[in-house]
Design a protein around this ligand. Structure first.
Ligand SMILES: [Zn+2]
Length: 161
């Protein structure tokens, strides 16, 4: 809900196309009240058709004159993705909910999450923009933030499977 809840407004006001990994698109298209977390906000999430579904592990999305790379980074949700863009000789990585607790109520997958974090460390980004906690740079601080997320999940016991 906190990531897709306003998507219909972007479509209706700005003509935005909604892009989502197929594994999460299925959840929002049927408006699953638990997996969209709509019940947490006491909001009636309406079925939301997705314009373009991403399949597989990686691909490109046009971004102006460039290509943005998307990576399948499941764990928080089955279809979580992260994106990066190389611009001005720097790599900027966009993530969401990598620091969110891996709650069983949302069918989070700790094993997949750990692999996704390895994938994000491998991106070797110069800047990281997190949908909840802000932006981090330079490269050393990005790595520290990713490691902080791993340490936090470990400390909270969410990686014990
Ligand atoms: Zn969130």
């Amino acid at each position: 809900m906190d990531h897709a809840g306003g998507a219909h407004l972007f479509r209706s006001h700005f003509g935005s196309r909604l892009i989502m990994h197929n594994l999460d698109a299925e959840i929002v298209e049927r408006a699953d009240p638990r997996l969209t977390a709509a019940f947490c906000f006491e909001i009636d999430f309406q079925p939301l058709p997705i314009d373009k579904k991403l399949y597989g592990e990686e691909g490109n999305i046009p971004c102006g004159t460039q290509q943005m790379v998307w990576l399948h980074t499941p764990g928080h949700s089955p279809g979580s993705i992260s994106l990066y863009l190389d611009i001005g000789g720097k790599r900027c990585l966009f993530v969401q909910d990598i620091g969110a607790p891996l709650l069983k109520e949302f069918d989070c997958d700790p094993v997949a999450w750990v692999k996704s974090m390895d994938k994000l460390l491998g991106v070797n980004a110069d800047m990281l923009c997190d949908g909840h906690s802000g932006a981090y740079n330079p490269k050393k601080v990005v790595r520290e933030y990713l490691q902080y997320c791993i340490d936090m999940q470990t400390r909270m016991g969410y990686l014990d499977v």
